[in-house]
Design a protein. Structure first.
Length: 293
């Protein structure tokens, strides 16, 4: 290992500063170069060489991300196609994408340095928007692609097709197409299944549908999901990618969701797996639940 790149969410400033110093000291003692992505809130007092994420390819062996799932999702899109594996350190609430908790940081870094890990290539989605038979937008997602009504809109209708075969016209708040990685996010909240990220599938989940027979549908990743907007009352409709990137849709627009040609490489340390992580995160939720009288 020659170099690592650090990317941090500075919302929890004091704790992130401490973790950044621990990581920098660990690698500098072992003659590994450390770069820090200079975000808008990066403290000026850090004596760590700055390197933008866009420059990581060919310069760093790994990207270590300090933050929650949202930070990791953003970094994954920014590093797409650059073949830089990501190791997440959880600074958020759930942290399904984060491999490491701060309490075991040094042990995790030792595993990384010694090569005791695997690289898991997570499926990504391509979402293309067509209007009047012309493509008007193109997005990349690691978690999910969501078509949903605006805050003051009434029911919208989303006609859904798989491989050009009609599946259902969902009346409701919208539709989610998620990767297995995203199955523990918005799709789960909408009643979708939890799917092991090693599976090669996409999950179609309606949001608050006004039909009694609604269910999530799991399709193969090589299939094509087409969503046609039928808002009828000229309601506001939006496309959202990973909950972070938005695009306004119009009645009659079509959103084509397919497997992206790129994947996101995530580091999985030795001794860890999806079911251990899932149990740990679900128990974290249970412990946070208030007592019921």
């Amino acid at each position: 290992m020659k170099a690592i790149g650090l990317v941090a969410n500075w919302q929890n400033r004091e704790e992130v500063m401490r973790l950044t110093e621990r990581i920098a000291s660990f690698f500098e003692e072992r003659k590994v170069k450390v770069y820090l992505h200079p975000g808008d809130e990066t403290p000026a007092e850090f004596n760590i060489e700055k390197l933008f994420i866009e420059e990581f390819a060919g310069r760093v062996d790994y990207a270590i991300v300090l933050g929650g799932d949202g930070t990791i999702l953003r970094v994954a899109r920014e590093l797409s196609g650059k073949n830089v594996p990501i190791l997440g350190v959880n600074m958020g609430q759930m942290g399904f994408l984060a491999e490491v908790e701060p309490s075991r940081l040094e042990k995790a870094l030792e595993q990384l340095l010694e090569g005791n890990y695997a690289i898991l290539h997570r499926l990504m989605l391509s979402a293309r928007v067509f209007r009047d038979d012309a493509q008007v937008a193109d997005f990349l997602a690691l978690n999910d692609v969501v078509v949903a009504k605006g805050p003051f809109s009434r029911i919208i209708y989303v006609e859904t097709y798989v491989n050009d075969r009609f599946l259902e016209s969902y009346p409701g708040d919208g539709l989610i197409v998620a990767t297995p990685t995203g199955s523990t996010g918005y799709s789960l909240s909408a009643g979708g299944p939890i799917v092991n990220p090693v599976l090669d599938v996409m999950i179609i989940t309606p949001i608050c549908p006004h039909i009694l027979h609604h269910r999530s549908v799991v399709v193969a990743s090589h299939e094509r999901v087409m969503i046609k907007i039928r808002s009828r009352r000229q309601s506001e409709v939006f496309l959202t990618v990973d909950g972070q990137v938005g695009f306004s849709l119009e009645d009659g627009d079509q959103v084509l969701v397919t497997r992206a040609p790129l994947t996101t490489p995530l580091v999985q340390l030795e001794g860890s797996n999806f079911y251990i992580l899932l149990h740990r995160k679900l128990m974290k939720v249970i412990r946070r639940e208030p007592e019921r009288v």
